[in-house]
Design a protein around this ligand. Structure first.
Ligand code: 9YW
Length: 419
């Protein structure tokens, strides 16, 4: 089978009727930003399914506008994933008729995905009112982030849990997490270790802290106040994707005959605000409680390349191709600075290369005219997928596969690159 057909097989095999799971076994429900990347690939196989992927996610949106990071599949075993619906207890906020979900969010890449899905088959999308129905929901999602998550009061969105970054155990979170008292490992049961090697996953202490933060949020009725959140970080990836998604909302508004202006203004505002996170050739998270930048080498700091007109773009290209990331040579983006002692080529977000992030960088580089480098990343991703299959992440130096097999967004990104 060729790479295209193999990727299609993975994506179609993970389809569950209304949405696609990230991977069999480890991730049996719908994840928020996974669905956005999945829709970007799925649109090449079935524009209709890609529309449904986003519609099913937004069907579980909360009244306050938040899009939950997991929508639980009622037909999957209730105890199959930890923390599951019995932990999050979303029905206490949303009532029993609403889907069971988590109460935290993931990076806002959805409007960007919605626009890409629309362009794959505008006729079907118009006939179904795809954008008409999704646009107000996307606006309210961004409104939630802007209104409820500006915890630092600096015009940037704060994430309140490492899971919200999409990069759970990134070394960026080591310092702010030290303030959090871990729940002892005996008090919860990790289901992830039944499906993946412990050396490639977060540690038990990390997990204990994740559980503490999530339980505290839940026990405060998911209220967004700084005194509820022991962890609050203005993350460059989240804010950059919000800007890129506002840019997509401007296009969507134009297609619907609405004014793009509020969205264009929002892109400009976020582009300016992001400069608060910029230092040493990279963007960094700002630790709201600590009052300082978390200086380090997370690849999240290169993601602002997706922001149109970013003034620091050339600096980011220099950092990406320098000794810390070597993306031109590797064809992939390591998730953490290769020269830092914290770099670990196998452990999740502490070094391995991920396809969604490399895809975002490839897209941003193209937008900023760095076409040769963008081509190198495209080639690197296709080569890594041919060599290792559709793994969750790979060793950035050897492209050896790690984590889950049959991983949906890896297949989705590959499909998008092939077409
Ligand atoms: C988890 C599903 C998710 C991704 C995250 C990734 C991991 C851990 O898996 O999260 O158990 O939720 O870090 O980015 O969305 O693929």
């Amino acid at each position: 089978m060729n790479l295209h057909d193999e990727a299609a097989k993975v994506l179609l095999g993970n389809w569950r009727g209304h949405n696609t799971i990230p991977a069999p076994g480890l991730y049996p429900h719908q994840w928020s930003w996974d669905s956005a990347f999945i829709a970007i690939g799925l649109r090449h196989l079935s524009p209709l399914r890609a529309q449904r992927e986003l519609e099913s996610l937004f069907g579980a949106q909360w009244a306050d506008g938040r899009v939950p990071h997991i929508v639980f599949d009622p037909s999957a075993p209730r105890e199959g994933y930890f923390p599951g619906p019995d932990f999050w207890r979303s029905e206490q906020v949303n009532g029993p008729m609403h889907a069971d979900t988590s109460g935290i969010v993931q990076p806002p890449v959805h409007a960007l995905a919605a626009w890409e899905v629309f362009t794959a088959d505008p006729e079907t999308a118009r006939r179904r009112g795809f954008l008409e129905r999704l646009y107000p929901r996307l606006v309210s999602w961004h409104g939630y982030l802007r209104r409820s998550r500006d915890l630092g009061g600096r015009g940037l969105v704060s994430i309140v849990h490492p899971w919200e970054s999409g990069m759970d155990n990134s070394p960026s979170w080591d310092v702010p997490l030290q303030r959090v008292e871990p729940v002892p490992a005996g008090e919860f049961r990790r289901r992830d270790l039944e499906h993946a090697d412990a050396s490639e996953r977060p540690t038990d202490v990390d997990y204990g802290r994740y559980v503490r933060l999530a339980a505290t949020y839940r026990d405060h009725g998911y209220a967004d106040r700084l005194d509820v959140h022991e962890f609050a970080a203005e993350d460059p990836l989240t804010n950059a994707l919000l800007a890129a998604s506002e840019d997509a909302l401007a296009r969507i508004a134009r297609e619907l005959g609405e004014s793009p202006q509020p969205h264009e203004e929002e892109v400009a505002r976020l582009r300016d605000a992001l400069s608060l996170l910029h230092a040493d050739g990279l963007f960094h998270s700002f630790d709201v409680h600590g009052g300082s930048l978390i200086r380090g080498g997370s690849v999240a700091g290169l993601v602002p390349l997706v922001v149109p007109g970013l003034p620091q773009a050339q600096e980011l290209v220099d950092t990406a191709t320098g000794p810390r990331f070597r993306v031109d040579e590797l064809g992939l983006a390591p998730s953490y600075d290769l020269t830092d002692p914290l770099f670990d080529p196998s452990r999740y977000w502490r070094g391995p290369a991920w396809f969604n992030i490399t895809w975002l960088l490839q897209r941003g580089l193209t937008d900023h005219g760095a076409n040769e480098l963008a081509r190198a990343l495209r080639g690197g991703m296709l080569e890594a997928a041919s060599r290792s299959g559709f793994r969750e992440y790979v060793d950035p130096r050897t492209a050896e596969g790690r984590g889950a097999h049959h991983f949906s967004w890896t297949a989705a990104v590959v499909l998008d690159l092939l077409i």
